[in-house]
Design a protein around this ligand. Structure first.
Ligand code: GLA
Ligand code: ZN
Length: 684
């Protein structure tokens, strides 16, 4: 496991979004920033996000001097700059002079100038303007020693329905369907509700998108939105790649906050291929009133493991808050200790940075109450600042962790297209599809046992894993099915669940029963999926224990599979609910019902034993403590984290060295509430 350095930095990045352009008439504040950056143990700043009007106040009039100063000041203090391109928001003159850059919403209403993240991603003018300003930035700062990487735009997302976008969409469709309208009509099942098209010009982006739309159209539209956003991005990076070929490029990804599920607006598995480094903005609602700290920590683990696995290399935490955000329903402060703990969790799962939105709170407008390193008190003596400084000091001790990876024997498959298609599907339980949440429930069984997991997407290589878990893969192309089959045939253990293999890549159902390849692999066929009301009760008997099920129960018709779990009630009482099948060199399991956490714990315990899957470092502990390991050829870096509100004794498998205190830790040690210990173990 050689280290994978994603940037030139050989230390943990600490810092964040910095907008000196809001304070240009306050040199005293700018001078304070530099002093405070030292005190906060920060070293890296993302500059230029939303700064277009400060860089080009009038068309063709450039005022880069403040940015020159910034580069110098930060450089003089030993800091580095992540330079953002400014396309996330634009100056008023640009929208006024070239209204085509304004986005048109799904109702075909052109949006007025204002807000941010709202350009047309097809607009020729906007593409030209962004390329131009990006070129000037690259020419001016490309060889500056402080330049660490490029942060292209900000949180790409959303879609535009203007005329240019409709044209681009039709062109995209023509290319995809080889100019053959019949194959488009076939793929979209358009005779349904008389949706057959006989001219390309009749095709419009879906409005509304969702359950009542033509599903194939919605799916293709979402694919187009991803491709068009990537195309916009590629246009932005033309001058960056040309002038600064050695400076890595990223753009910041997002997640939905409530359940920390992947952002749905774009298929990041496609976007990832065009980035040098994955970075993302994490805003978990710590201390919320709907789940335990440990439950939330598990979800944070999951999404980090997904974003890390996109490139199988360390990623960057591009934004996080030192305390509260301003846009949750209730913007609760991180409790003492949580900032360090939550930051260490990010590092444990593969981040090589802790960066914040934002360095300094703005004085006005919508983010003036969003957490920041420096508050309106402009002082280093408050709790939040001190906790940030503590994270900085801790990161200073963790330089050797940079570039290390997290090998895993277990993978869970997440698929953006399945997520989209399932959300569109009218059927099953409209409110209980819960695709990513179902993945969480499988992930949990491994998280609780400190077993590393990669969360991968369908085009990734399956062969490195012993166990591949594929819950609810509703949309599965023949190609994906063939790849899963090859995985099992070659000795892999494959677990699949209810609502898998139902539609193909056009969102058309398979005919004539479950796809033959799946039937062969699993030695059985799911023949009926029963959707339950939330209050319905049933259970499954598995290995002499009884487990609760909810939401879904599939009736199975067995061929050569062995039944290993049985329904306890309803018209399928005593029929198989869980099956096991030996397929060529491998083994396949099908879980027909949505079963409880306890089932997953016990079910996977058996597989973990059978497949000799171990945690990377064994620590005996109570639930709510998480142990995650990063590794390189010489060392294991062990993060032991207490996500409970109680002191926790834990027992270590062998002696390790505490990276922060230097002491040897052995046998039983105690973690305080929200404490994280980081230790190193040198391999023999
Ligand atoms: C996003 C944006 C930032 C800021 C934060 C607030 O992540 O990228 O500009 O608005 O949210 O949490
Ligand atoms: Zn448009």
């Amino acid at each position: 496991m050689p280290k994978i350095y994603t940037t030139q930095a050989r230390y943990m990045l600490h810092g964040g979004d910095y907008n000196p352009d809001q304070w240009l008439d306050r040199p005293d504040i700018l001078a304070d920033d530099i002093k405070l950056m030292k005190l906060a143990h920060t070293n890296t700043f993302s500059v230029g996000i939303f700064s277009w009007s400060a860089l080009e106040p009038e068309e063709g009039v450039y005022t880069f001097e403040w940015l020159d100063d910034m580069f110098e000041n930060i450089h003089r203090n030993g800091g580095r700059i992540i330079m953002a391109t400014p396309s996330g928001a634009r100056p008023a003159w640009l929208s006024q002079k070239y209204p085509e850059v304004l986005r048109v919403n799904a109702e075909r209403v052109k949006q007025l100038h204002g807000g941010r993240h709202n350009h047309c991603f097809t607009s020729y003018v906007y593409r030209e303007k962004t390329r131009k300003i990006n070129r000037l930035l690259a020419e001016r700062y490309g060889s500056h020693p402080a330049l660490l990487m490029w942060h292209v735009s900000n949180e790409y997302g959303g879609e535009c329905h203007c005329h240019q976008c409709q044209h681009a969409f039709r062109d995209w469709l023509k290319k995809k369907y080889n100019n053959d309208l019949k194959s488009l009509n076939d793929a979209w099942w358009t005779p349904f509700w008389s949706h057959t098209f006989n001219d390309w010009s009749q095709i419009e982006s879906p409005s509304p998108i969702g359950e009542n739309a033509v599903h194939g159209l919605s799916l293709d539209w979402r694919r187009f939105v991803t491709d068009q956003t990537i195309s916009f991005f590629q246009n932005e990076i033309v001058p960056l790649k040309e002038i600064t070929p050695n400076i890595p490029i990223t753009t910041n990804f997002m997640a939905d906050t409530h359940d920390l599920i992947p952002f749905q607006g774009l298929d990041y598995s496609k976007f990832a291929k065009h980035l040098d480094v994955i970075s993302w903005d994490a805003y978990p609602a710590w201390h919320n009133d709907w789940e335990s700290t440990a439950d939330l920590a598990m979800k944070v683990g999951f999404i980090n493991d997904l974003y890390r696995s996109l490139k199988q290399q360390p990623f960057l935490l591009m934004e996080s808050t030192p305390s509260a955000v301003n846009w949750h329903n209730f913007n609760k402060a991180k409790r003492p200790g949580m900032h360090l703990l939550s930051s260490m969790q990010m590092i444990a799962h593969g981040s090589d940075s802790i960066l914040y939105f934002q360095w300094r709170k703005s004085r006005g407008s919508s983010e003036k109450f969003h957490g920041a390193v420096v508050g309106h008190d402009n002082c280093s003596e408050n709790r939040v600042f001190k906790e940030v400084a503590k994270v900085g000091q801790t990161l200073d001790e963790l330089s050797e962790v940079v570039g290390t990876t997290r090998p895993a024997n277990v993978a869970i498959l997440y698929d953006w297209e399945t997520h989209w298609a399932l959300e569109d599907a009218q059927g099953f339980g409209m409110k209980t599809k819960r695709y990513p949440q179902t993945l969480h429930e499988h992930y949990r069984a491994f998280w609780e046992r400190d077993i590393p997991v990669d969360v991968i997407t369908k085009e990734q290589d399956f062969s490195p894993y012993r166990l591949l878990i594929v819950p609810m893969l509703y949309l599965a192309s023949e190609e994906t099915i063939a790849r899963l089959k090859a995985f099992a045939a070659n000795g892999g253990t494959l677990v699949m669940t209810y609502i898998s293999g139902i539609v193909n890549e056009s969102d058309l159902t398979y005919l004539g029963g479950w796809p033959q390849d799946l039937q062969e692999m699993f030695g059985m066929e799911p023949v009926e999926t029963d959707t339950l009301y939330p209050g319905d009760k049933n259970r499954v008997r598995y290995q002499n224990r009884s487990y609760e099920l909810k939401d879904y129960a599939t009736v199975l018709k067995l061929d050569t599979a062995d039944p290993v779990g049985f329904y306890e009630d309803d018209f399928y009482v005593d029929t198989p609910a869980v099956t096991c099948h030996s397929y060529k060199q491998g083994k396949t399991y099908y879980i027909g019902a949505r079963l409880s956490s306890q089932f997953h714990r016990d079910f996977y315990e058996t597989l973990i034993k059978e497949l000799s899957i171990q945690p990377a470092f064994d620590v005996k502990h109570q639930p709510g403590v998480s142990v995650q390991v990063r590794q390189d050829e010489e060392n294991d870096y062990i993060f032991i984290m207490n996500f409970t509100e109680k002191r926790q004794p834990v027992v270590l498998e062998s002696a390790v060295k505490d990276m922060l205190t230097g002491e040897t830790l052995t046998g039983e040690i105690t973690l305080e509430k929200y404490e994280a210990r980081i230790a190193v173990k040198t391999k023999k």
